[in-house]
Structure formats: C-alpha cells, structure tokens
Design a protein around this ligand. Sequence first.
Ligand code: GLN
Length: 303
Amino acid sequence: MDFQLVLDQINTELRPLLGEGGKVASYIPALARVSPLQFGIALRTCDGEVAQAGDSAVPFSIQSMSKVFSLTLAIKALGEALWDRIGREPSGSPFNSLVQLETERGIPRNPFINAGAIAVADRLVSLGDGKAELLALLSRLCGEPVSIDTEVAQSEADTGYRNTALANFMKGFGTLDNDIATVLDVYFNQCAIAMTCEQVACAAGYLCRDGKHPLAGTPVLSSAQARRVNALMLTCGTYDAAGEFAFRIGLPCKSGVGGGIVAVVPDHLTLCVWSPALDETGNSFLGRQALELFVTKTGLSVF
Ligand code: GLN
C-alpha cells in the first residue's frame, strides 16, 4: 500500500476544511493562541516505513495523549495491582467529570479520564520521579529528546481547579497515597509535553508490535499488556465519543485537547493526526475525519 499517497490525499481533501468547524481549546492562553489552521498526519509501520503530510513536524501539546504513556509506565511497574484502584469501563462522561467519582466511592472509571490519569500519576509518584520517567520513556521511544512546554505546565497548574477537585475527592476516599500537589505536578507536566505527529507515531509503535520498542525491538510491555492498553484506548480513549469512534473508525485511539489523536492498527502501524480545533467532545474536529478517511481508503481497522 502506498501510505504516502494516502496521507497526501487526506491532507489535500481536508485542508480546505481548516477553520470550518470546531474550536481551539481556550482554558489556557498557550492553547487558545494556537492557530486552528493547521493539520498534520504521520504514520510508522511495523517494518519502519514512514509517511507524513501537512504540519506533521510541528510540535503541539500532547495533553491527554500522555495518558497512554503514563499508563504504560504504571502497568509495566505494577502489573495487575494497578487495577486495585482504577476501573476499566468507559465513562460515557466528559473527561473532567466529577459525578461518577461520588457514586463510585473515589475509584475512577478508567485511566484515560482525568481522574483516572491523576490516580495513575499517584502510582508513578509512589514509584519514583514520574515526570522524569515519562520524558525518558517518550524520548527513548521516538529516539529524540522530548520536553515539557513550561508555559503550558504553569497554566495547567494555575487553572487546574477541576483537576485539583478530582484529586482532593479521590484523596478523601483513599484512592491517592501521595501529597496532592506532588501528584498534580506530574499530571500537569505530562499534559504539557510537546511532540510532533512524527514523534508520536513512532513513540506509540510498541502498541502495534506486541509491546516491542519501535526502534530497538526490546520489550516495552508484554504482548498481553500492550493488548490491554489497546483495548482501553478503543473503549475509553476518546471519552464520551468512544462509541462513535469505534463505530466510524474502529481503531484504538487516544485524543488530547491539544488537537492530537494517536491511533493503532494492531500488527500494522501507528498513526498520529493533529489539528487544533476540537469538537464538543474535546476531540480534534479534523483529526476525527482524517482517521475516518484513512480507514475508508486503506480498509485498515480492527473490525
Ligand atoms: N490538561 C487537560 C485537562 O486536564 C487535558 C485534558 C484532555 O486532553 N482531554 O483538563
């Protein structure tokens, strides 16, 4: 299959729609001023073939896409014990919702809603320096140094009232072991990591290779663990739009409010698309369309 041709076609078809739908995240100035008129897409196959189009080399805030990699670190270190305090069911609610935590006694539904990712960050704090471990993992996975946008991190902290509420709530139920400020520091910083589509497509490569490092071939996760991360991405990776994503795209995906979406075609390739304008569920407006076009053009889907 000529993947470069496919990505070029998608870029050509979608570029005229830039600015036609969705809104850039506006909860912090550093994201609010990102131009919505950008679209990038990149993929890397299991054989190491790469293809990219549009703004695929422009760094953007990976935001909640980081939750895949923090979960990876936690699963690797804790195995099954991770699930003592975090669920594995889709939430059907917005990513920052508080409501389920009340009825479910402080146990977050899954590791990809904010509450779940904060609970994962707490586990990473218990294990060591979560922030440094995450940066080291991402840099190893894409073979290039990855860094945190400190302005975004500071703004996340300055405006993170809902995340602070989620953390306090879970602490009250005994879900978090560590000091809330330390846990949130990991969470806010992971949201502020900046990467390009090309880097993310490479970094996620272990998810289409039975857990093996995309460049070195060494195990990042076991194949069973990688399968589980993919299952969670499919069922929970795009929040309350996960059903619609499965219906229209049928790939494990994880989105972020920076406008990125990472997708996995198991045994074939990993793909990252980025366009900053978001739909009402907090997923990239054009990113979603790009993934749908990719699946239509290639027939690559898990279904
Ligand atoms: N920084 C954002 C938040 O915590 C991340 C959410 C997201 O990307 N869905 O609200």
